[in-house]
Structure formats: structure tokens, C-alpha cells
Design a binder for this molecule. Structure first.
Ligand SMILES: [Zn+2]
Length: 277
């Protein structure tokens, strides 16, 4: 059985068949799903969804772009957001971090970066207060070419510097895309895990991402889809869903030369421990 640790099934792309998608996952080998908040609205929807299904849990978090969109006003929203944590189904804070990629192609400004850092730090303090683990979102300023993971730029270093100030918290680097040298730095911190999504199936043999996966002990890896985005091969280009986490598990097994059952067992027990499921 697998645990899908990063889904966005509250997304409107699932409005017409959400129940079917969830049932398909649960009858296809997925034991539990963590639905991820990425703003105030999606955090609220994640809690509602988790309250409805026994084996769905959720995180709440304000994505870095949220602070750029609403500016200083967004900090007033943090209290509203904190109220959501009263639900017992909230098992983490995230996805939070830094995102230097602006979809319209413009360059991020220092003011925008500072807003993101302030919002990120405030949420880390909240996680510390609640003793909850943190799901990190980190994206560099250059657009991500799926076949090329050369994104370990300033955003990764900045996130690393900020989270290093919170040694009492546990972290997972979601949809990890850091370079090999950066991976070594993260590995040296015992409170940090990695999770991989469907885009690991896009890379050609020899790509750095595979050396990264080989380097990380299986005990420090969790599986995710990041659905509806990043559908793995053979579903690439389609809408992604939690069931497809099995393709991510298969790829990890292949790269690390492990039995699929072993990958399932170990990643599941890591997720249960990390999120206290
Ligand atoms: Zn996500």
C-alpha cells in the first residue's frame, strides 16, 4: 500500500468526478492521501475534504505567491488561517517556502522576495507553536524544463538558510529538484526528508535527478503526485490523480534497484511517522 503525500484534489479540475478519483485511488493500492493547502481558500477546502473522508488528511499553508498577490495585507490573514488548525485532520503546515518563478516571465523583485520570506517565516513560527511538520515548496527563478533539473539556485539556498533556523521542526522538500551538491547539504540535516512527484519520469537516463535519488537513502524518501499537475509517464499530459503515485513508486524502485514492495513498505512507514498518521 502507498501513501500519496501531496495531492490537490480540492482543485476545480476534480469538480465533476472528485469522489470517483478518490475511490479509484483507495481501490488501487493507495492507503492514505494528504491534501495540500496552498492559500487560504485551498486550505479551507482541504480541511473540509479531510473531515469528509477517513483516510484523507491535510495540510494548511499559504503559498509564497499568496504574499506577492496580497502584499502586507496577507499577514492579517494569518490569524484566519491559524483557526483552521483546530481540525484534527491537519497533519502539517505547507506548502510554504519561496517561489522566484513569476509565470508571466517577469523577474522577481527584492520587495516581492522579502514579502515571501516574511510570510514563510511567520508560518514556520506557527508550525513550531503547533509542533507540526512542514512541507516545503521551493522554485528557482528560471522556468523548469522537465528534463533538466538545474534549479538549485538562490531559492534553494534561501529556503535552506531560513529552515536551518528551526532545528526543532521536521521538513520535507516537496517535488525535490535540487542539485547533487545541494542534496548532500540537506542530507546532513537529520530533520529533513525528500519527496518526489511524477516529473521524475520525464528525465532521460543519466539525468542528475537520478543521481540525486540514488544518493538519498530510501528511508528518507516519500512519494507524491502533486496532482492535478505533473502526471507521470505513461499518463503524462493528462490530468494527474492520486492513483498515479504508483508510477512514481515504480520509477523510484527502478532507479534505486529495489523491489516495488520494499519501496511501498518503507515510504509508507516514513510518511506515517513524519505526519503521525
Ligand atoms: Zn503542490
Amino acid at each position: 500500500m502507498l501513501i500519496e503525500t501531496h495531492a490537490h484534489i480540492d482543485d476545480k479540475q476534480f469538480d465533476t468526478d472528485r469522489d470517483e478519483v478518490i475511490q479509484r485511488a483507495f481501490s488501487g493500492g493507495v492507503e492514505k492521501i494528504i491534501n495540500i493547502g496552498a492559500g487560504l481558500g485551498s486550505s479551507q477546502r482541504s480541511v473540509v475534504l479531510a473531515e469528509k473522508y477517513e483516510n484523507i488528511f491535510c495540510s494548511i499553508g499559504l503559498h509564497p505567491h499568496y504574499f506577492m498577490e496580497y502584499g502586507e495585507k496577507s499577514f492579517n490573514k494569518i490569524d484566519e488561517f491559524k483557526a483552521l488548525s483546530l481540525s484534527k485532520k491537519v497533519v502539517a503546515i505547507g506548502e510554504i517556502g519561496l517561489d522566484c518563478f513569476i509565470p508571466d516571465g517577469s523577474t522577481i523583485t527584492e520587495v516581492q522576495k522579502e514579502l515571501q520570506k516574511k510570510g514563510f517565516t511567520k508560518q514556520l513560527e506557527f508550525a513550531k507553536e503547533l509542533k507540526l511538520p512542514v512541507i516545503l515548496h521551493c522554485r528557482g527563478s528560471r522556468p523548469v524544463a522537465p528534463s533538466q533539473y538545474r534549479e538549485a539556485d538562490d531559492a534553494y539556498e534561501d529556503v535552506f538558510a531560513i529552515v536551518s533556523q528551526f532545528p526543532e521542526l521536521n521538513f520535507v522538500w516537496h517535488s525535490f529538484g535540487g542539485q547533487l551538491s545541494f542534496t548532500e547539504k540537506v542530507l546532513a540535516k537529520e530533520n529533513m526528508l525528500f519527496s518526489f512527484a511524477g516529473n521524475i519520469t520525464y528525465s532521460k537516463p543519466g539525468a542528475e535527478i537520478f543521481s540525486v535519488i540514488k544518493l538519498i537513502p530510501i528511508e528518507r524518501i516519500m512519494l507524491e503526485t502533486d496532482c492535478p499537475y505533473l502526471a507521470p509517464v505513461p499518463m503524462r499530459g493528462k490530468r494527474n490523480e492520486p492513483l498515479y503515485v504508483k508510477y512514481v513508486a515504480q520509477k523510484i524502485a527502478e532507479v534505486k534497484n529495489l523491489e516495488l514492495g520494499e519501496v511501498a513498505k518503507i515510504t509508507t512507514s516514513t510518511a506515517e511517522r513524519f505526519f503521525k498518521l
